[in-house]
Design a protein around this ligand. Structure first.
Ligand code: SAH
Length: 358
């Protein structure tokens, strides 16, 4: 995606490393050296890679793409330390990346596409439509941006969630390459269980993902107990209704022996009544799953109102009474427009395109 289409070593898999080094007539161990600089030492200027021969450094500097993403905006929430970046990619497009400080570790939320066209009614990511997919290298660069900042504080990235803008399963190949690079012990070395991919419910890709038998977590954006409500909120439900989504979720559980997570944004007067909790519990009671209730981040353009804390609590209790594991997501970054796509939506000023139906 860089202007000259130069190879970006941040996105190389084994085959690409071999091929790239063969072309340069270099021994394969250079891959390990360069990767160490890029990832462990957070250096992205080949001239500083002092264990490489000078001539190779010059060649790499001109032939490969090294520039880090440019930080257009950096906002930090003074209350909880959440940091949100708007990053400019090599072709000028922008994506958002968020760093959240949970007790369980430093979590980076990565965007998988520039914009989105799934069109979920409460989400800011689709406000300006889809521009393009992110490459695996661009997703790695988002993680590295957070990691560079953490390194200055003596910390590192512990967890990665693909829950920023975009539908990762629509960009399946690059997202899987990204996940492979994240969990590769010679790459970023993040534990599989510390990586989560979230989908709005692209059923065929859920089966593909299950068949990879990874221990990577799968989150599915359910948001509703029935098709009538879900179709209103997630238009993709017309193509893959709840039953189909739940069958695919079951396949993930069977193939991976892992619990599947359902995300459920709590929207006042839409999906947050006690009877919705009961209906949901009935539908998922035989699935090994967890429901994560998300207090709605209100996006002014969307005109939807978040549920009250009381309604969220009552919903959680109802699910728990029925034996469903249910957590409430802590809301971070409230003061910095941290909902998916909000920062970019405020930055991009294009007319809203018509949503492409999938
Ligand atoms: N496209 C993927 C991943 C991105 S969003 C998906 O839909 O799963 C990650 C989660 O945040 C999704 O569950 C999404 O529905 C939810 N989300 C988006 N905007 C939100 C908002 N304004 N408030 C609360 N949750 C939101």
């Amino acid at each position: 995606m860089n202007p000259l289409e130069k190879p970006d070593p941040r996105g190389f898999d084994e085959t690409q490393w071999r091929r790239a080094l063969e072309q340069l007539q270099q021994p394969y161990y250079r891959a390990k050296q360069i990767r160490e600089w890029l990832v462990a030492k957070r250096v992205c200027d080949p001239q500083q890679m002092t264990n490489l021969p000078k001539q190779l450094r010059n060649t790499l500097a001109t032939q490969w793409w090294w520039a880090p993403a440019e930080i257009v905006t950096r906002r930090e929430d003074p209350l909880d330390g959440t940091v949100k970046w708007l990053l400019r990619l090599a072709d000028g497009e922008t994506v958002e990346t968020v760093l959240m400080r949970y007790k369980s570790g430093n979590t980076v939320c990565v965007s998988s596409q520039v914009g989105c066209h799934i069109g979920c009614r409460f989400c800011a990511s689709s406000l300006h439509g889809l521009v393009r997919n992110c490459s695996a290298a661009e997703m790695i660069e988002q993680v590295l941006t957070a990691d560079r900042e953490l390194a200055r504080q003596g910390e590192r990235v512990d967890r990665v969630v693909v829950m920023g803008s975009g539908e990762p399963f629509e960009n399946y190949t690059e997202t899987m390459r990204f996940v492979d690079l994240l969990i590769d012990p010679d790459g970023m070395g993040i534990g599989q269980r510390h990586v989560t991919v979230s989908t709005s419910g692209m059923v065929p890709r859920i089966y593909d993902f299950a068949e990879r038998h990874l221990q990577v977590r799968l989150a599915i954006s359910l948001h509703a107990p029935n098709d009538a409500i879900r179709t209103q909120l997630v238009p993709l439900n017309r193509k893959w209704p709840i039953d189909k989504v739940l069958e695919a979720a079951q396949a993930y559980v069977e193939e991976t022996h892992r619990r599947v997570s359902f995300e459920y944004a709590m929207i006042h007067g839409v999906n947050d009544a006690p009877e919705h909790a009961e209906e949901l519990a009935e539908r998922i009671k035989d699935l090994r799953c967890l429901v994560n209730l998300i207090p709605l981040n209100e996006v002014p353009e969307r005109g939807m109102v978040g549920s009250t804390p009381q309604a969220i609590h009552a919903f959680q209790e109802k699910l728990q009474e029925r034996g469903i594991v249910c957590t409430v997501r802590r809301s971070l970054g409230r003061t910095i427009d941290a909902a998916c796509g909000q920062l970019r939506a405020g930055f991009v000023s294009l007319p809203t395109p018509v949503h492409t139906a999938l």
